[in-house]
Structure formats: C-alpha cells, structure tokens
Design a protein around this ligand. Structure first.
Ligand code: SAH
Length: 224
C-alpha cells in the first residue's frame, strides 16, 4: 500500500495507517458534534476500530465516509453513524455480554467488543463464507469475539442470558428467542418491519415481554 504525495515521495504503510486514523478521528468528531453519538465509550470504540481493515481493497478510500459499503455476498457493512447509534442504544459497559445477529464483516462486533471487552460478544451469521471470513479477520485484528454460523432467529441458547442484544438485519418482528435470551431490563435493538423498517429499542420486562420505543426509519438488509 503506497501512495504518491504532492512532493513526490512515496510513503509507506505507516503513513497510510496514520492518514486512516486521522480520517477516522474526523468522522467520529462529526458524529459527536452532531450528537448522533452521545456516549464517550461509543466514540472511543469508533476511534479504535480500523474500519478500512473490514472492507475490500477497492473500498479502502471510502472507509471513513459515513456510508454503508458492500462486503460481498449481497451484504453491506452499516454506516458508522448507525453502528454508533446502536451501540449508544444498547447501553452496555465493560464486562456485559452481548448477542449480535448478523456478523457480516465483523466491524460492528469489533466496535461493541471495544466497549464490553474480550470474550463478551457472541455473534451469529447465516452466511457461512462471511462468517468464516469475519472470524478470521477478527482474530487477526486481536478481537476475541465468538462467531457461530447459523440462523440468528435462534439466538445462541448455550451462551444465554445476554445483557443486551442487537440485530444488523431486518426482521418482520423481534425474534422470540432473542428476546427470551436477553436478561430482564436488558435492551434489544434492531431494524424491524417488512418493507418499511424502523429502528427500535426494546426493553425486556421481568415477565418476558418487552416495551418498545421507535428510534428512526432505517434501511437494513432483510433477515434471511
Ligand atoms: N454488522 C455487520 C453488518 C452485516 S449486514 C457488519 O458490521 O458488517 C447483515 C448481516 O446479517 C449479513 O451478513 C447477513 O448475512 C446476516 N444475516 C441475514 N439473515 C440472518 C440470519 N437469519 N441469521 C444470522 N445472520 C443473518
């Protein structure tokens, strides 16, 4: 990865890494300034994760623009503001255990792991190829995130209960198993609805039901 500067010098990987970090900081600064991200732990997590490592070589230059990007197999990595907003909404801290439905490239899981720490993020991915690639990538980048290939509708019963859960693909209704596997007073965040989707924040009640709050209209890939 080399680039040619105005002065004609070829710069190496270290310079590129620094330029990426500067671009990343700028993006996070703008998410904080516009109050899309309100928790400092969320901002720090977004600053820490090299999003460019999660996208293809041809997408590197776009990694720090606030937009979704293709990750192959017809799937996309969410825009950074969505990842930040969802992390704010699940309201977790170090040591909390989190269930993610839809690993994709692993970026969102890595950002969550920055907050809750090693061994506390459990992610289910439907697509075998994407799941395997994400598992490898997360490990290479030093994230201890557990990835299971399977249908996220089933959650991850062996690892339940979770302090919070979120979905990165849109379900018509919140999946019952995911609600059941989230502890009372825990939060489930995700895009729900067919056709028109809304990002919702559900708070699980002691009786196993939930109270729902609608956050915003959104567009996510549908759950498979
Ligand atoms: N958080 C991801 C975004 C992934 S896009 C990231 O940071 O890259 C949504 C993902 O949900 C896709 O990878 C898709 O394959 C996955 N998905 C769709 N239906 C699913 C299901 N039933 N169970 C688990 N994952 C599913």
């Amino acid at each position: 990865m080399g680039c040619e500067h105005r002065n004609g010098y070829i710069c190496g990987t270290a310079t590129v890494t620094m330029e990426m970090a500067t671009a990343r900081d700028r993006l996070v600064d703008s998410l904080v300034a516009t109050e899309v991200v309100t928790k400092s732990s969320t901002a720090e997590a977004l600053r820490a994760v090299p999003r460019h490592e999660f996208v293809g070589d041809d997408q590197q230059d776009l990694a720090y623009q606030d937009r979704p990007l293709p990750i192959g197999n017809d799937q996309t990595i969410s825009a950074p503001h969505i990842v930040g907003q969802m992390l704010d909404l699940i309201n977790v801290e170090r040591g909390d255990r989190v269930l993610e439905i839809g690993t994709g490239c692993g970026y969102h899981a890595a950002v969550t792991a920055e907050v809750v720490g090693d061994g506390n993020v459990y992610s289910v991915e439907y697509d075998e190829e994407l799941g395997a690639a994400a598992r490898e990538r997360l490990e290479r980048l030093g994230y201890d995130v557990a990835v299971r290939i399977g249908d996220g509708r089933e959650g991850w019963p062996e690892e339940a209960p979770f302090d919070a859960s979120y979905l990165t693909c849109a379900a018509a209704e919140p999946p019952t198993e995911v609600i059941d596997q989230t502890a009372a007073d825990g939060v489930v965040v995700g895009p729900f609805g067919e056709g028109r989707q809304e990002l919702k924040r559900l708070v699980v009640q002691p009786d196993g039901g939930y109270e729902a709050e609608t956050i915003a209209p959104v567009r996510f890939v549908p759950m498979r």
